[in-house]
Design a protein around this ligand. Structure first.
Ligand code: CIR
Length: 254
C-alpha cells in the first residue's frame, strides 16, 4: 500500500516563511480547496491519503515534505532550517512511527526535506539557506548503515534543491539549469524546464506517474513530447507561499 501523508492548510498561511518571493495576500480558503484537489490527485495516483493532525498555529505546516525524509528502511525527522518551522516535526514523527524506525537530525544541524532528492541508493542533498553542512553530515552518518550515499549539492537562487530539480521518471531529471547545473548529478539524463518557467522543475513522481502544477504549459509540453503523461493540479495559491507539488506530501510504501 502506498501512503501519502498530508497536513491541512493553516488559516495563518499568509504569514508563511518567504525567501525569494515578495509577500502577497494568500486566500487560505482557496489554498485549502487546491490542497483538497491535490489530495484527490494523489488518490488518483494510487495513494492512500492520511492527514497528520493539523497545526493551525503553524503557517507553513501544509509543507510536510520538509519535516521528514522517508526511506524504505527508516524515516529521518528533520530539523528545519527556519526556526518557525521546527515545531512542525513532532506530530509528523508521531504519524511516521507506526511505519518506520525513526532517526532525527539534531542541533546544530539543519535539514529541510525539500533539499533531499533520492535517486536509487543516492541522496542528493541541497546545501541551501535551509540545510547546513552539519545536517548533511548527520544524514550521511545516519544512512550509511543502510547503504545510502549522501552527496551535497550547492543550491543558490532557489529555496530548495527540489525547487530546481526533481525526478520525472525513475532515471530522468527535470532541471532548471539557471538554478542548478545539471552536471551536478553525475551526468544523469535530464530535461530542462522552459526558460520562461523557472518554477516548473518541481514535479512529484509517484511510482511511475507524475504530478505537476498546471502553471507551466511549456514545460508540460516538453514532458509530453518526451512521452510522459503528467497529471496536473492548480497549485497557484500555495505557490505564493513558495510551495510546489512535492512539498505538500510525504509518499512512501507502507
Ligand atoms: C518555507 O519557506 O519554508 C515555506 N513557505 C515553503 C516551503 C516549501 N517546501 C518545499 O519546497 N519543500
Amino acid at each position: 500500500m502506498r501512503i501519502a501523508l498530508t497536513r491541512a492548510v493553516s488559516p495563518e498561511i499568509a504569514r508563511c516563511e518567504l525567501t525569494h518571493l515578495e509577500r502577497q495576500p494568500i486566500d487560505a480558503a482557496r489554498a485549502a480547496e487546491q490542497h483538497a484537489a491535490y489530495e484527490r490527485a494523489l488518490r488518483e495516483l494510487g495513494c492512500e491519503v492520511r492527514r497528520v493532525a493539523p497545526a493551525p498555529e503553524l503557517p507553513d505546516s501544509v509543507f510536510i515534505e520538509d519535516t521528514a525524509v522517508v526511506l524504505d528502511e527508516v524515516a529521518v525527522i528533520t530539523r528545519p532550517g527556519a526556526a518557525s518551522r521546527r515545531p512542525e516535526t513532532a506530530a509528523v514523527a508521531d504519524a511516521l512511527r507506526e511505519f518506520r524506525p525513526l532517526r532525527a537530525i539534531d542541533a546544530p544541524g539543519t535539514l529541510d526535506g525539500g533539499d533531499v532528492l533520492r535517486v536509487g541508493r543516492t541522496l542528493w542533498v541541497g546545501a541551501s539557506s535551509r540545510t547546513n553542512a552539519d545536517g548533511i553530515a548527520q544524514l550521511r552518518a545516519l544512512l550509511r548503515p543502510f547503504g545510502y550515499r549522501v552527496e551535497a549539492v550547492a543550491v543558490e537562487g532557489a529555496l530548495h534543491l527540489k525547487s530546481a530539480a526533481t525526478l520525472v521518471a525513475p532515471d530522468l531529471l527535470l532541471v532548471n539549469p539557471a538554478w542548478l547545473p545539471p552536471a551536478a548529478f553525475d551526468g544523469m539524463a535530464h530535461l530542462e524546464v522552459d526558460p520562461t518557467e523557472p518554477f516548473a522543475a518541481n514535479a512529484l513522481l509517484v511510482g511511475t506517474r507524475l504530478l505537476c502544477a498546471d502553471a507551466f504549459p511549456r514545460t508540460l509540453e516538453r514532458l509530453r513530447r518526451h512521452g510522459l503523461d503528467p497529471l496536473t493540479v492548480d497549485a497557484s495559491e500555495l505557490a505564493k507561499a513558495e510551495g510546489g507539488v512535492t512539498c505538500c506530501s510525504l509518499v512512501f510504501e507502507a
